[in-house]
Design a protein around this ligand. Sequence first.
Ligand code: UFG
Length: 334
Amino acid sequence: MNVLVTGGAGYIGSHTVVELINAGHNAIIVDDLSNAKADVVDRIQTITGTRPVFYELDCKNIDGLRSVFSAHKIDAIIHFAAFKAVGESVKKPLQYYRNNLDSTFALLEVMEEFGCKKFIFSSSATVYGPNNPHPYKEEMPAIQSSSPYGWTKVMIERILTDYVTAHPDFCAVLLRYFNPIGAHESGLLGDDPNGIPNNLMPYIGRVAAGQLEKLTIFGGDYPTPDGTCQRDYLHVVDLAVGHLKALEFAKDREGAEAINLGTGNGISVLELVNAFNKANDMDLPYVIGPRRDGDLPAFWADAEKAKNLLGWEATHTVEDMCRSAWQFAKNAGK
Ligand code: UFG
């Protein structure tokens, strides 16, 4: 298939492009490089031996998208491109709603013009909001979030669902990610955000590399076994493979389907720090600080639906995640 990957130079996008190419698909990347580096395309070529087509383009640019769809017969799109910093979204709600929603509208409009009917969407466990019990199951009401970023995911899920109601021959797969960490085994691709990382593993990587002094664990008094928050961390390569499975699933199907991509296991921040130390023979400096606004104490996936519908389950261990994350972080920025 010819697969348009928006945000294909980003963290999850780049790993997904590698899996698409390895499975024999043609990947066409659209990325405005607002939170990614152009040399990711070279790195994908080094890993796979194939250079994906790359357009430096903002996917709100509808005429730009039309040119891409005119140049390639696009069979499906995987839409990663979005602003994704939870805290920043609270301070800049308009930018988040404008960017994340407009890019989706532009894509849907151009897809309709060109008769493309397969849409894999990068959603998030954040759509389960603060009130559902874990493990989260897809049939739970997913109509809540605690940040404008999260609300864009809720809204885009809704927009795609309504679009499918109006266009029953369209297929939208709403992939609800839990916490992807880790990196490609080559050490060439990984999570390398601009500025000081918001997310846990890239922050740990910078501390391990000596670029940041110490990790602050946000809260040690949660109602969890060791007092730190629990999340469902999954290896980014497993997550990338999940997209490939979703594409195969969507090929001969119609309708909208929400599917969790997680391992089904929760581990705490402290357990992850200890796993990182053990996997990489380190002693990461950390302090326990105050809670971070908006963090939920604990959540993880019910991973059965992905297994049943997509034939997908996570295969990498926490040790794999920690080892590969450091393999990448120690060379990032060099
Ligand atoms: N954490 C720290 N110190 C840090 C960074 C994070 O202790 O410096 C802790 C957080 O408090 C949390 C855990 O590490 O308990 C994971 O935090 P992340 O920021 O890595 O991930 P979140 O679970 O907060 O965020 C993820 C996704 C978002 C999504 C959100 C809610 O990154 O896209 O889940 O579902 F919106």
